[in-house]
Design a protein around this ligand. Structure first.
Ligand code: ZN
Length: 394
């Protein structure tokens, strides 16, 4: 039965730790990195006897990409779900021992997004086994490193897949998400000259220099709040989240750095927003305060509603056949794999079981009925969007 099947798959996934180290230096062993989930996926696709590839993105981190290829398919869907989870510090349940209680499955990743992945795997297996007439071609991509730098989906996006529509699993309560902001994160650095703190005039204080930079950034971020907002997502934002500098209270500091988080809206370009800040700082500070930018370690494009607009109604109609009514369309504040996919030209939507309020929590869970409905929803979308009458979608 599909219900017990999806819960079983989710339990299998949760019991295989795949914690994203989030940029920290950690050993290549449990619970870090996605290898255990990738091995499970490989045997899952092998047992279905479908073509698949295991593509290494960085050492020990592989995208798994499987294909359901009916010969008469008219459209191709990309289903995307990420293999990694956030870390487990502070959790009050055993993160890797899935438990099913009171209509919920508990465990790290159950909501974000192993639940969505289990539903996609279950629907994919049903497509392969039933081969419903007129179904779309489905490429199921299980990516790595969504929670930190999106290297998996960025590699997938640059692979040149011929796809009509990508559906990205994230907990949306089975609503159709058409837009979200993107993010760029990088450091600004100032340098000085170290000397003994009893003779500060002999040196140059990098923290004092950064103070000027910070004031200019704060002014700039306030202007940004007043800039033309996106109708769904509001204005872009800029925030300073960390500062680091100095070695000791008795040494004039020769370095200082801050971490910036710039949220971009559709229409903004990741490189363009960095240049705009650089120009604003030069204008505010002149040549008196030298500073430098690091390369960004996160460059996640936004998702705008335009590219996938003609697919939204067919998708809602397919979901309506399962749920009895068409789901809402919404925009969300968090970023997803749909950013890089959409930026590469693939129309993309975000759709999955569970509530984002339960993602990344200390007792993460997902409702079993959401999981079961998601299996039906994904399956219905593959059947519905394979049919004709979607010529307006091109
Ligand atoms: Zn996620």
């Amino acid at each position: 039965m599909a219900a017990s099947n999806v819960v079983k798959i989710l339990s299998d996934l949760v019991s295989r730790p795949s914690v994203n180290p989030m940029g920290r230096s950690v050993p290549h062993e449990s619970p870090f990195f996605e290898g255990r989930v990738s091995d499970y996926l490989e045997s899952f696709f092998r047992s279905l006897d479908v073509p698949f590839e295991r593509r290494t993105i960085s050492p020990g981190r592989d995208n798994l990409i499987a294909k359901f290829e009916p010969s008469d398919a008219r459209h191709t869907l990309l289903w995307d779900a990420h293999q990694d989870t956030v870390p487990t510090e502070g959790m009050v349940i055993d993160p890797f021992r899935p438990s099913v209680e009171g209509g919920r499955v508990y465990g790290r990743g159950s909501c974000d997004v192993k639940g969505g992945m289990a539903a996609m795997l279950s629907a994919f297996a049903r497509l392969v086994n039933n081969r419903p007439k007129g179904a779309a071609r489905v490429i199921l991509a299980c990516t790595v490193d969504e929670e930190y730098t999106h290297t998996g989906s960025s590699a997938l996006a640059s692979q040149g897949l011929e796809v009509d529509l990508a559906i990205v699993a994230e907990p949306t309560m089975l609503e159709v998400v058409t837009a979200h902001k993107g993010a760029v994160r990088w450091k600004v650095l100032t340098e000085g000259v170290a000397c003994h703190s009893s003779r500060p005039r002999d040196g140059i204080n990098a923290i004092y220099r950064m103070a000027h930079v910070l004031t200019a950034i704060q002014n700039y971020s306030e202007c940004l709040q007043e800039s033309t907002p996106d109708p769904l997502l509001g204005p872009p934002t800029l925030s300073v989240g960390r500062i680091e500098g100095g070695q000791s209270v008795n040494v004039v500091p020769d370095t200082c750095s801050i971490d910036l988080d710039r949220r971009v809206i559709p229409g903004e370009d990741v490189d363009g927003v960095r240049q705009a800040l650089r120009d604003a700082l030069h204008q505010a500070l002149g040549d008196s305060i030298p500073f430098a930018f690091s390369e960004p370690w996160v460059r996640m494009p936004s998702l705008g509603p335009d590219r996938a607009s003609s697919w939204v109604e067919p998708v809602r109609e397919a979901i309506g056949t399962v749920l009895g009514q068409r789901p809402s369309i919404s925009a969300v504040p968090y970023g997803t794999d749909a950013g890089p996919l959409s930026a590469s030209g693939i129309p993309s939507l975000v759709l999955g079981p569970g509530d984002i309020a339960q993602a990344h929590t200390k007792d993460e869970w997902i409702a079993v009925d959401q999981l079961e409905q998601a299996v039906e929803v994904y399956y219905a979308i593959a059947c519905h969007l394979g049919r004709e009458g979607l010529t307006n979608a091109h």
